[in-house]
Design a protein around this ligand. Structure first.
Ligand code: SF4
Length: 378
C-alpha cells in the first residue's frame, strides 16, 4: 500500500503526469481497488469517518448562457422556465433545518441583472436567520454554527463586487465548475463569444478567492473530444489552483443540446463511471483535506454511483431539497435523478448503506473544507 501511495505523492511533490495517466488507464483491478482503499483511508484521517450533508436548492433555471452541453441553456425553448419566489426558498431553508441539515447550496442558472443580485442578497440575509436544529446524530453544535445555516452558492460568473456583496450577506462557499481546464476543450463545449470565454471563468475563480470564499470547482468526465491526458491536466489544475472543494462527475448528454450529436463518440457509461471514480480517488490522494462531493450525475450511471465515490474518498453528498414540481424542469442532462431521490435520508437505501458501514451522516455540521483553514493558517 505504501508503495502505491508513494507513486502518487513522491516525497510530498506532485506526481508526474505519466503516473496519473497510468492510474487512469490501468486495467489492473487489484491495483485500482488498492487506490480506492488508500483514498478512503486518507479521507477518514483528514476529515473523519462521516459524510457532510448539503441540502441542494435549485432556485431558478433561467440562464443567460448557452453552454453546449446544458439542458437549461438559454436557447433551449423546450425548457419550462421557473424562478422560485423568495418565500418558497426561505421555506426550503426551514425544511432543511427541520431535516437536520446545517448546510445548503443555492444553485441556479447564471443571471447578472440587479433584480436577481438583490434577491440573492435578501435571501442570504433571511436564510442566515434560520435557527439550526441540534445535530440528530448526537453531534454537538459548534460555536460557528450559532451563525445559522452554512451557505454555498453556485450561481455562475459574477463581478467581484457581486461576489463580495453575497459573501458579506452570509454565503461563505462558492462552487464554479471549470468543466474542462484545457482552454481548447473548453472552447469546444462552449459557444465562441465574449460571454463564454475560458479567461472569464478563470478570472471569476480568482475573484472568489480574493473575496474570501471557500472555492470549489470541478469538471465533466467523458466529454466528446476529451482524452485521459485532459483529465490528468484537470487534476493538476485543481492542485495548482489550490481549491477547497470539488464537484466532478460523468458527462451525461442532454438530447436538446448541440453537444448531443457527439453522444456516440463518448466513452461507454461503464467507462465514464469508472473514470469518474478514479478521478475522485486520485484527487483525494493529491489533495487530502479538501471536500469532494459524491455527485448526483454518478447516480445516472449506477444506482450505487454515490456509494462508489464515497468508497473512493468523497466526503460530501448533496440531496435535493427542491420541490418535485420544479425539480423536473432543472433538467441539466438526461435521466437526472428526480422523484426517487429524497432529501430526508432517514430511511433510504443510501442511509442504510452508510449505516451498514458505520459511516455517520453528519447532520448539524457545516462541514467546511479543512483545506481552507489550513491555508488560512499558512
Ligand atoms: S451550465 Fe450553467 S451557465 Fe451554462 S447554460 Fe447551464 S446553467 Fe447556464
Amino acid at each position: 500500500m505504501n508503495a502505491l501511495i508513494d507513486t502518487l505523492r513522491p516525497n510530498g511533490l506532485d506526481p508526474a503526469e505519466d503516473v496519473l495517466l497510468a492510474w487512469l488507464k490501468t486495467t489492473d483491478e487489484a491495483a485500482v481497488a488498492q487506490l480506492y482503499q488508500a483514498a478512503f483511508r486518507i479521507k477518514n484521517e483528514q476529515s473523519g469517518p462521516g459524510i457532510f450533508l448539503r441540502g441542494l436548492m435549485e432556485i431558478s433555471n433561467q440562464c443567460q448562457k448557452n453552454c453546449l452541453y446544458c439542458g437549461i441553456r438559454h436557447q433551449n425553448e423546450a425548457t419550462l422556465r421557473y424562478d422560485l419566489p423568495e418565500s418558497d426558498i426561505l421555506a426550503l431553508g426551514h425544511k432543511a433545518a427541520e431535516l437536520g441539515y446545517a448546510s445548503i447550496v443555492l444553485q441556479g442558472g447564471e443571471r447578472v441583472d440587479n433584480k436577481f443580485v438583490s434577491k440573492i442578497t435578501r435571501l442570504l440575509q433571511g436564510l442566515k436567520n434560520i435557527e439550526l436544529k441540534r445535530g440528530v446524530d448526537g453531534g454537538a453544535r459548534k460555536p460557528h454554527q450559532a451563525k445559522g445555516l452554512g451557505i454555498t452558492l453556485s450561481l455562475g460568473e459574477q463581478t467581484e463586487e457581486v461576489y463580495r456583496e453575497w459573501y458579506e450577506a452570509g454565503a461563505h462557499r462558492y462552487l464554479l465548475r471549470i468543466e474542462s481546464s484545457d482552454p481548447e476543450l473548453y472552447g469546444k463545449i462552449h459557444p465562441q463569444d465574449k460571454l463564454h470565454t475560458y479567461q472569464r471563468r478563470i478570472e471569476a475563480l480568482q475573484s472568489l478567492r480574493r473575496v474570501g470564499y471557500q472555492v470549489g470547482t470541478g469538471v465533466m468526465i467523458g466529454l466528446p473530444f476529451q482524452t485521459e491526458e485532459h483529465l490528468v491536466k484537470d487534476l493538476l489544475f485543481f492542485k495548482h489552483l489550490d481549491i477547497d472543494m470539488c464537484g466532478m462527475g460523468p458527462y451525461i448528454p442532454h438530447h436538446d443540446t448541440p453537444l448531443a450529436v457527439y453522444a456516440d463518440k463518448i466513452p461507454s457509461p461503464e467507462r465514464r463511471l469508472d473514470l469518474s471514480i478514479r478521478m475522485v480517488a486520485l484527487l483525494r490522494m493529491l489533495m487530502p483535506n479538501i471536500n469532494i462531493a459524491a455527485t448526483t450525475a454518478l447516480q445516472v450511471l449506477s444506482d450505487r454511483g454515490r456509494e462508489l465515490a464515497i468508497e473512493a474518498g468523497a466526503n460530501v453528498v448533496m440531496p435535493n431539497l427542491t420541490d418535485l414540481l420544479y425539480r423536473s424542469n432543472y433538467d441539466l442532462y438526461d435521466g437526472k435523478p428526480g422523484a426517487s431521490v429524497d432529501a430526508d435520508l432517514t430511511d433510504s437505501p443510501f442511509a442504510r448503506y452508510l449505516q451498514e458501514r458505520n459511516i455517520p451522516i453528519l447532520r448539524g455540521e457545516w462541514g467546511d473544507s479543512m483545506h481552507y483553514f489550513a491555508r488560512q493558517r499558512g
